[in-house]
Design a protein around this ligand. Structure first.
Ligand SMILES: C[S@@+](CC[C@H](N)C(=O)[O-])C[C@H]1O[C@@H](n2cnc3c(N)ncnc32)[C@H](O)[C@@H]1O
Length: 845
């Protein structure tokens, strides 16, 4: 595999170029770099084994990131070109020979990390590949269990398939922490996922069934009815049945569509969004698959429609458009469109409308240009003849002509200068008018071309392109929306993204110009950056909706913080201070003033709950006094004290310990398992405030998405949070609680009254003790006895009571008007219930 010629996709890929630039043998090197950046397992390791290592990209990374003189061993079916200080040999990892050789090379050492990026020779079918991959993974795990140190890390590639969950289950039996992740450099269209298993338990004895494919994947073997995909690979049927990637027949889980369905669809975005895979099974589709337009990229994208990024989506849409043109589908569908006037496919009527608008706008611009030209000529003539006077200019201004309106004068000259009749200002003015004319001329030129559809001109193309882009964007949103409808967890993910209280330190908090975590572990950050800009491949295959939600939420938080006194000052120092304040403002520092916070500077005020709002980089609109009163600044206080309370509540909600990460950190601090200084040291480094200006957009996007520290979470913290939520759930609703409290208060009042009377009775010498006790008892009973409900009199609205307004005559106390029928029906109902009761009672006897 390492020696196979890379297809077009590999060549075009940005990581491919990066790898070339950096001297890595394979683009996959970046996967390990990114995994290491996230989980940091290479830096502290001394012995590493890379199973399936050819051509050696991962070995190169290991050699670069591990301490010098580490023992690094790489094995693959094919020989690996020598890498300094790395031992390599060619063996099949499924054989005993390989195991023995490894043992020989390892001597008495144990590995800190075992890597596995193996992929069986791809070919026959996806199903087969996925299964063999799973087998390979299990085998590498077996080797890992043999060679790993206690506490070691095993990193493996797996494919999403039915075997995936079984594998994860096994990993969980052997490692304390198992996480699946997809590094940004792993293509979205690829079904590969990387599983990082940390903290190897190293049990004395491992049940052999854990590492035996027959048992691990047993449930699949038992399910013999699921054989449909074997039809396509009969040879597999004999050996390994029922290994298809998804549940057969479960079309809600895995929906397949034929390519022609998509090509002919009137709702292409929706069709893509509602399916998982596009097949080329019908005769027509098979023909399409053979066309040169149907590139390998397209075929790859069709395999998993759930993972389409913006770029893949565009490729598919363009491909569809080309095919529709080839098959003249637009024309075929145009006829009914004209007849019913309902608009064509893909919004061809929208295009018509747009054309009309463009030509209208062109006309207007042309007219305006002519008018401005004429005016300019007149002004110039007047000026040259010294005919222009300040009053003239004033007049022009009064006329509200565009040429002399203050905005046309621009920032350079102000209206007062004009009023004073400064001629130089007029020059500026005329110059600006020139610019404006040129601009207008250009615009109208391009617009007019757009409307005539002459084509071939840059501007014309640009406008069309822009229009297409925006159409594409809206279609992509539609696709995302449709995908969302099928994904039960999407809303939760979205909400989580929006509510993500603690995003770590790498988060630039909405400031696109500030990205953290671009460190050397990325393969030499500065170099990367330059190279990446050179490649200029501004790919953005982000889930747009989630991103915009996150940005919204960040913006909101920023606003909130700003209103709480934080401000990002323009200068670097100010910005750093602002960020530091934000950091200390995080929930984890709430209320830990007493825990090792001695050496904190001004910003540390953010540690205490009261100071949160006021702490910040040199901005404190609020004042605090020690007597517990919040001093609210006049401009913040709107006269309504409840609003101040509300703000406080909102603030509290915002800073609540709402995540297990925060809870873990706070507990660690409180129990002195860590100190504030340690936390700061761990999370602040020279990359924390890296400037993202000038970096390619795709890189910044990737960093923002993935470059987040993995914060520790303990079971205890999760349990505590859960309990907290449960307690919240169990709390009665406010109204009920208030009513109960009122009742309690009334009873307490009455009892207090009784107590007084009892004291008076006790001093009464005329009564015997028994009489006193009796009367106190009576008093208590009376005080605690619930008031009898007031009786309601039902008044039938007939005779003189029919249509009576207000209280009927002769009725006292509570009453309710009922009509005769209601009364009869109620009586009948009661009688019926009584009968039924009697009957069932009789039967029971
Ligand atoms: C994706 S490549 C690994 C790339 C490598 N991580 C790098 O960065 O250069 C997968 C490799 O797995 C190897 N492989 C597949 N089956 C194997 C087996 N049974 N034993 C050893 N190597 C195997 C292939 O020869 C191939 O070179």
């Amino acid at each position: 595999m390492g020696h196979q010629k890379k297809a077009g996709k590999g060549r075009l890929d940005k990581y491919y170029h990066l790898a070339k630039e950096q001297g890595y043998r394979a683009r996959s090197a970046f996967k390990l770099i990114q995994l290491n950046k996230k989980y940091n397992f290479l830096g502290a390791s001394r012995v590493l084994v890379d199973l399936c290592a050819a051509p050696g990209g991962w070995l190169q990374v290991a050699q670069k990131y591990m301490p010098v003189k580490s023992l690094i061993i790489g094995v693959d079916l094919v020989p690996i070109k020598a890498i300094p200080n790395v031992i390599t040999f060619a063996e099949d990892i499924l054989t005993d020979k390989c195991r023995n050789r490894l043992r020989q090379e390892m001597k008495t050492w144990k590995a800190d990390v075992v890597l596995h990026d193996g992929a069986p020779n791809v070919g026959s079918s996806w199903t087969h590949d996925a299964y063999s991959q799973a087998e390979l993974v299990l085998m590498s795990l077996k080797l890992a269990t043999e060679f790993l140190n206690k506490g070691g890390t095993f990193v493996t590639k797996v494919f999403r398939s039915k075997d995936y969950n079984s594998l994860i289950w096994v990993f969980n039996q052997l490692f304390r922490k198992v996480e699946a992740t997809k590094p940004p450099s792993s293509r979205n269209v690829s079904a590969e996922i990387f599983v990082v298993c940390q903290d190897y338990i190293a049990p004395k004895r491992i049940d052999p069934r854990f590492l035996d494919a027959k048992y691990v994947f047993e449930d699949l073997l038992l399910n013999k009815s699921q054989t449909s995909t074997d039809i396509f690979a009969p040879e597999l049927k004999r050996k390994r049945r029922h290994r298809e990637g998804y549940e057969e027949g479960d079309y809600t889980q895995h929906k397949r569509i034929d390519a022609m369905e998509f090509i002919k669809s009137r709702d292409p975005a929706g069709t893509l969004g509602s399916a998982n895979e596009m097949l080329f099974e019908t005769e027509e589709a098979q023909e399409v698959a053979k066309l040169p337009e149907t590139s390998e990229d397209i075929l790859l994208a069709c395999k998993d429609l759930r993972l389409l990024g913006r770029k893949d989506f565009r490729i598919l849409m363009k491909w569809r458009a080309g095919l529709r043109e080839r098959f003249q589908l637009e024309k075929a569908e145009e006829v009914p469109t004209v007849e019913d006037g309902a608009g064509g496919d893909d919004g061809s009527d929208v295009e018509g409308e747009l054309d009309a608008l463009v030509s209208k706008e062109t006309k207007r611009l042309r007219k305006e240009r002519r008018r401005l030209n004429a005016r300019r000529q007149r002004q110039l003539v007047k000026m040259h003849m010294n005919m222009t006077t300040p009053s003239d200019i004033g007049m022009e201004q009064d006329e509200g002509e565009a040429l002399f309106r203050p905005s046309a004068v621009g920032k350079g000259a102000d209206a007062s200068v004009l009023e004073r009749g400064d001629m130089s200002a007029i020059d500026v003015n005329v110059d600006l008018a020139d610019e404006e004319l040129v601009e207008l001329g250009d615009r109208s030129k391009s617009d007019s071309k757009a409307s005539t559809g002459s084509g071939g001109d840059d501007n014309d193309d640009e406008i069309r392109l822009q229009r297409l882009e925006s159409e594409m964007d809206s279609m992509y949103s539609e696709y995302i929306e449709r995908k969302r409808e099928r994904d039960a967890k999407y809303d939760i993910k979205k909400k989580r993204a929006a509510d993500d209280v603690f995003r770590g330190f790498g988060d630039s908090d909405g400031d696109a110009g500030d990205t953290s975590g671009l460190d050397d572990s990325d393969g030499g950050s500065s170099n990367d950056v330059e190279m990446q800009s050179a490649t200029g491949d501004a790919e953005s295959d982000e889930d747009e909706q989630i991103r915009s939600m996150m940005q919204d939420s960040k913006k909101r938080k920023k606003e909130k913080r700003a209103s709480g006194g934080f401000s990002d000052t323009p200068d670097d120092n100010g910005r750093l201070a602002g960020r530091a304040a934000m950091w200390f403002d995080q929930p984890v520092f709430k209320g830990i003033g007493g825990v090792d916070l001695g050496d904190i500077t001004d910003e540390d005020a953010g540690c205490s709950r009261h100071d949160e709002a006021g702490a910040g980089a040199g901005s404190s609109d609020k004042d605090e006094s020690d007597d517990g009163f919040d001093v609210v600044s006049a401009d913040e206080y709107d006269g309504d004290p409840s609003n101040v309370e509300l703000q406080d509540e909102e603030r509290q909600a915002d800073y609540d310990l709402a995540t297990p990460e925060a809870m873990t950190m706070v507990r660690d601090l409180a129990n002195r398992r860590t100190t504030k200084q340690e936390l700061v040291d761990k999370h602040f480094n020279r990359y924390t405030f890296n400037d993202a200006r000038g970096l390619p957009e795709w890189f910044v996007d990737d960093e923002q998405k993935h470059s987040k520290p993995e914060l520790p979470v303990t079971k205890e913290a999760v349990r505590m949070l859960r309990e907290k939520l449960r307690a919240l759930d169990a709390r009665p609703i406010k109204k009920v609680a208030e009513a109960k409290a009122r009742k309690k208060m009334r009873v307490a009042k009455r009892i207090a009254g009784v107590q007084k009377k009892a004291e008076a009775l006790a001093g009464n010498d005329d009564m015997t003790e028994a009489e006193k006790a009796r009367s106190i008892d009576r008093m208590i009973k009376r005080a605690t006895k619930a008031k009898p409900k007031e009786k309601v009199t039902f008044v039938v609205a007939r005779n003189s009571n029919r249509g009576v307004q207000g209280r009927p005559r002769g009725v006292k106390g509570k009453y309710r008007m009922v009509d005769a029928r209601m009364k009869t029906e109620l009586r009948a109902k009661k009688a019926r219930e009584k009968r039924e009761k009697g009957r069932s009672g009789g039967r029971r006897k």
